[in-house]
Ligand binder design. Structure first.
Ligand SMILES: Nc1ncnc2c1ncn2[C@@H]1O[C@H](COP(=O)(O)OP(=O)(O)O)[C@@H](O)[C@H]1O
Ligand SMILES: [Mg+2]
Length: 370
């Protein structure tokens, strides 16, 4: 089952549950499933619906659980829609894009991205002969950079795909843990099987910078500031019961910490505060994987107040022609699936024309969220 099918299935089941609720008005665990009689075990995806839970936006509406695995599964199910849908505004400017079901599905339109770094030649290559034949250097893919470096900063121009890359990675990992037979790891070629169950934590750094967890902390920068923000976020989402298992995953090095938009923190003071807190968090949970993103320009200025010490950087390369072709194909297919009015295709065409190399129609001010 792919993401779209899974989400459609969840929506369908939620509708059935809501209808059953109206009819029977029974609350609670097994009761609910048993009382409505319309849903059998085979209909239930993962464990979420077993708890009688549902979502409103990214807020969980349902019973808490003390079972750590179930808690993480519920957390992942709430995370998936948050990571898995792209804003549609640049393609259909007047579209009310707050309904997840009507937005493009990231898993359907995602195109793999490269970095500007070159692949290292294989071990021992060219050593035997003094002058090795020059071979065509291959670009290191963004995914490969993330696989090889447990902590990294991904750089790129605005609209180059930084947020999309990290969202796709988090999405595939969350979906793989929930639907292990649905080949989600195949979408991340080379990702170590043993790390397929990592718990993705998604932090929008401008939200962290504004948070009371950071602003009211005082004293030396420390890992509790970012942890405090994560807990605030979980509380807001009614997922406070997931905090304990997430803390355990962090301790064991079994989390992927995504920190999106170091450059999007407006004031220098806040950017430094957040940077120092992130640095402390990265050191405290040094066994975890961590990816931060930042605009290239903001990161490369001397005395950069966003730079993380000792964390390697990789810069996203612009799309090449093959990637542009794949991107256009994927979007047309997805717009067709969504039944988007044909004018959308015209807008997409217009946005694409005249762009060579960079991702089309994703410039700031074009309506896209970055
Ligand atoms: N790898 C990709 N595959 C398909 N579409 C992408 C990809 N990367 C970016 N996009 C498109 O470009 C838009 C802007 O990318 P985004 O990730 O927000 O850029 P950044 O975070 O670097 O500013 C996304 O909303 C998406 O529509
Ligand atoms: Mg971004």
């Amino acid at each position: 089952m792919d993401l779209a099918a899974a989400m459609a299935r969840i929506a369908e089941l939620e509708e059935k549950l809501a209808a059953a609720d109206r009819a029977v008005s029974v609350k609670g665990n097994g009761n609910r499933v048993a009382a409505n009689g319309g849903i059998n075990a085979g209909d239930v995806i993962g464990s979420l619906l077993m708890t009688g839970g549902t979502f409103q936006g990214d807020v969980y509406i349902g019973e808490p659980t003390n079972d750590p695995r179930e808690a993480l599964d519920i957390y992942r199910q709430v995370l998936i829609p948050r990571l898995g849908h792209l804003p549609l505004r640049a393609i259909v400017p007047s579209s009310p894009d707050n309904k997840a079901a009507e937005r493009p599905d990231l898993a359907q339109v995602y195109v793999a991205l490269d970095t500007k770094s070159l692949e290292e030649p294989p071990e021992g290559f060219g050593k035997k002969r003094e002058r090795a034949e020059p071979t065509e250097a291959k670009r290191l893919s963004a995914l490969e950079a993330a696989i090889r470096n447990r902590q990294l900063v991904l750089l790129g121009d605005p609209g180059s795909g930084k947020s999309t890359f990290v969202a796709h990675l988090g999405l595939c990992l969350a979906a793989h843990a929930l639907f292990p037979n649905d080949r989600w790891l195949d979408r991340l070629p080379g990702w170590p099987q043993a790390e397929g169950h990592l718990v993705p934590l998604h932090v929008v750094l401008r939200d962290f910078a504004r948070s009371s967890a950071l602003q009211q902390a005082g004293g030396e920068p420390n890992a509790k500031q970012l942890w405090g923000f994560l807990v605030e976020q979980l509380d807001r989402q009614n997922l406070d019961f997931a905090a304990k298992p997430i803390a355990a995953a962090l301790e064991k090095g079994e989390a992927l910490v995504i920190l999106d938009g170091l450059d999007e923190i407006a004031s220098v003071r806040n950017r430094r505060l957040a940077r120092d807190a992130v640095q402390a968090f990265a050191a405290r949970y040094s066994r975890c994987r961590l990816i931060a993103t930042c605009r290239t320009l903001s990161y490369q200025v001397p005395s950069c107040d966003a730079a993380l010490a000792n964390v390697p950087t990789f810069e996203l390369a612009p799309f090449d022609q093959t990637q542009i072709d794949r991107f256009i194909d994927a979007w047309y297919r997805e717009l067709g699936r969504l039944g988007t009015p044909s004018r959308a295709s015209g807008i997409l065409d217009g946005a694409l024309s005249g762009h060579g190399g960079a991702i089309p129609s994703v410039r700031p001010g074009n309506g896209y969220e970055t």
